[in-house]
Design a protein around this ligand. Structure first.
Ligand SMILES: Cc1cc2nc3c(=O)[nH]c(=O)nc-3n(C[C@H](O)[C@H](O)[C@H](O)COP(=O)(O)OP(=O)(O)OC[C@H]3O[C@@H](n4cnc5c(N)ncnc54)[C@H](O)[C@@H]3O)c2cc1C
Length: 451
């Protein structure tokens, strides 16, 4: 049966994007929203997260605009002492429960419909659909392994790693992304001998040094300035990444191999040191089949222990799909606007939906930008994200809103505006951004913006 929902907006998906969009929309417009999700609660993929996952970035950059995630605290001990806190999965789930209850439902203008498929509901005439599923991530808990598994071979999703009940003589970690690095770091932290880990890395990843992606404008704008300065003189995308590595911005696990993957999650240097202790790395392309004692890959095969447990960390994560106009006649599809930050993009789209008239104008102010996969994509993401930031910042009301939102990692809080380090970083960025973006556009093979 299809139910007609009596609300101005039907938001499909109560993950990070649906929650950020709805929060900003109802904060700035007197409208009603029906929030629909097939899952039982808000939080999206965090409801299926593996037990040892944390945000890979600072908590302050994640969540909804009205409510800071965490306390804005700096870690006082441990290997990330001095860096901002990063929420765990239970903290994120608790945060979204509180935002739903205390911010959204408390307005009495939002209703939540858990356990509900999009196909089970219809908007009332004149209402708008907000489809937040276009760029939802694929995670191992809900995505089958992209390789065949013979009978008697032992393959588990990363979520099962913490409760295997008895250690095998070998772990085979499959994947090159953030989840695989989390699995390796967790195993090593639990005391697993690095020689008992075989790591299938179909591609080598570039990762951002977490120390330079911090809610501190001197640090963040300084990193952006370095990036633009490096871009200005880069001969190729690879050349750019190697320069960024020298500047302490990008990290790679094996300095003998030039990475081809640039989804660029953040990594701390203590994690990098641990990952480098794993020497049994298999670079024979994608895994195609697991048999007891044997792995068949695109470009060859390797022997493993007969009792080896293969850990599936090979879901594709953030999808590679072309950027679309966010506002279309059939639906609003929130996507990143400033490079690669889904929560800020969704909150910004919610604010603009609440305060700006006309879809053409909203799309002009908020062009979408894609996630990246390769170094050339990453250059494109910077160009499109940079152009988008220039477009929305040209509007005084949006600029003022964005300046007060901690999700906006480029903002300078009022108490830091005269700070000498911030001024110096901003001056460097201002000098380098024009030539840097122009060169990045050439490296990415995309047209120059008309002046
Ligand atoms: C392990 C991990 C760590 C990450 N860490 C960070 C970080 O530190 N910082 C950062 O900025 N980003 C991070 N990301 C990326 C970021 O979390 C995601 O991009 C973001 O959470 C995606 O939110 P979403 O709402 O698009 O997707 P989801 O969380 O997948 O939510 C989409 C929701 O839509 C629902 N849905 C889908 N289809 C339908 C349908 N047909 N009917 C009804 N409901 C439907 C789903 O049930 C789901 O709840 C991380 C991602 C992962 C996987």
């Amino acid at each position: 049966m299809v139910t007609v929902l009596d609300a101005d907006y039907v938001v499909v998906g109560a993950g990070a994007v649906g929650m950020a969009f709805t929060d900003a929309l109802v904060d700035h417009a007197d409208v009603t929203v029906a929030l629909v999700d097939r899952r039982h609660g808000p939080g999206g993929h965090w409801l299926d997260a593996y037990p040892f996952v944390q945000l890979h970035q600072a908590s302050a950059f994640y969540g909804v605009a009205s409510t800071l995630l965490g306390g804005g605290r700096i870690q006082q001990d441990g290997p990330e002492r001095g860096l901002h806190e990063r929420a765990t999965a239970p903290e994120i789930r608790d945060y979204y429960d509180r935002v739903l209850r205390d911010r959204l439902l408390a307005t009495r203008r939002v209703t939540f419909h858990p356990g509900t498929e999009h196909s089970q509901v219809r908007p009332r005439p004149g209402a708008r659909v907000v489809d937040t599923t276009y760029l939802s991530p694929m995670v191992p808990a809900t995505t089958p392994p992209p390789f065949a598994v013979a009978a008697e071979a032992s393959v588990v999703p990363v979520n099962r790693l913490a409760d295997l009940g008895g250690a095998p003589s070998q772990y085979v970690v499959v994947g090159s992304g953030k989840t695989a690095t989390d699995a390796c770091v967790w195993l090593l932290g639990e005391g697993t001998d690095p020689d008992d880990i075989c790591w299938i890395r179909p591609r080598e990843p570039w990762m951002l040094n977490r120390a330079v992606v911090q809610p501190d404008p001197a640090v963040f704008i300084g990193m952006a300035a370095d990036t633009m300065e490096a871009a200005t003189v880069a001969a190729t995308p690879d050349d750019l990444f190697l320069d960024l590595e020298d500047r302490g911005i990008m990290l790679r696990i094996d300095r003998a191999v030039t990475p081809t993957m640039a989804k660029t999650p953040t990594l701390a240097t203590w994690e990098l040191d641990l990952l480098r202790t794993i020497e049994h790395v298999v670079r024979l392309g994608h895994l195609e089949r697991v048999e007891p004692g044997r792995l068949l890959l695109e470009h060859g095969e390797v022997s493993v222990a007969r009792d080896a447990v293969v850990v599936h960390c090979a879901a594709s994560g953030l999808p590679r799909r072309p950027p679309l106009p966010i506002w279309a006649p059939d639906a609003i599809r929130p996507q990143p606007i400033r490079s690669g930050f889904p929560c800020f993009g969704a909150a910004l789209a919610g604010f603009v939906e609440a305060t700006v008239d006309g879809d053409a104008e909203k799309n002009r102010l908020c062009p979408s930008s894609p996630f990246s996969d390769t170094p050339a994509d990453w250059a494109a993401m910077q160009v499109l994200g940079g152009r988008a930031a220039r477009a929305f910042s040209s509007d005084p009301a949006i600029r003022s809103w964005a300046g007060g939102v901690s999700l906006n990692l480029a903002r300078v809080p009022p108490d830091r505006q005269g700070d000498a380090d911030v001024v110096a970083a901003t001056d460097r960025f201002t000098a380098a951004v024009g030539p840097g973006l122009a060169r990045l556009a050439e490296l990415a093979g995309i047209a120059q913006a008309r002046r």
